[in-house]
Design a binder for this molecule. Sequence first.
Ligand code: ASP
Length: 282
Amino acid sequence: MKPVLIIHGGAGDGSKNKARIARIKRKIARILKRSYRILSDQNALEAVTYAVRMMEDDREFNAGRGSYLQADGHARLSASVMDGSRERFAAVINLENIKNPILTAQLLLNEKFRVLAGQGAFRFARKKGFRAVEMRTSRSIKRWKKAKDKGCDTVGACALDRFGNLASATSTGGRGMEFPGRVSDSGMPIANYATAGCAVCATGFGEQIIDEGLAVKIAVRYQDGHSLKQAFKKTFREVRLKKRSMGAIGVDRKGKIAAGFTNPSMIYGWKKNHSRTFLAGI
Ligand code: ASP
């Protein structure tokens, strides 16, 4: 089985800033390259976690340190991971002061209670040895003070490994300026879902993704006989008709990839071998 990796840097507002778009594309390409090595040597779950962790570590993206802040000026982050071979989901919701939410979500995959929020998620992360750190940056605080801390740029990754396992991972700082405690879709299966058949992850307007049941809907359509491409096409036709704003990427067990978005932009890329990287989505 040839490993396949697809990642995105968030559904955006179609920024006209050409320099920024070029920078994000370069970053997506670099992250893809490094994560594809993990996918080839290890497995789908490790690769998607690694890719998302790299995006969390990069301030350009709305995940990890430097993410958007909620209305009270706190950074509350959400991340989820799903192992398709076990059909097992885990997530952290509104986690504060832990550097890589995706790593805490990955550890939760093997626990009895697999979705933790707020203080509980923080205590679990600390118990597992993660340090408490300041997640706000001077830039995120400045943006928040100007009440300009709003947008997208959540990150996500889906992979198929050489054993035929699928996995997906998603991480976000949320929409920015939201009511404190608002729960993002990124910590729910409707934004991040994987089975033995396909893996799908979503980005965009969280409340609308929840209403749409996006990632699960696509996965169920695939399971019921649509190709992944058809499942995306049908679902995004409906999303467009409802004038909802979101995007998603996916890969199936045959290594076919698919993507769709109704936002003005979503930068994403994929790799099916070491030598070539594909970028798309503006
Ligand atoms: N879906 C995220 C949220 O609403 C935002 C995003 O995808 O950029 O929390």
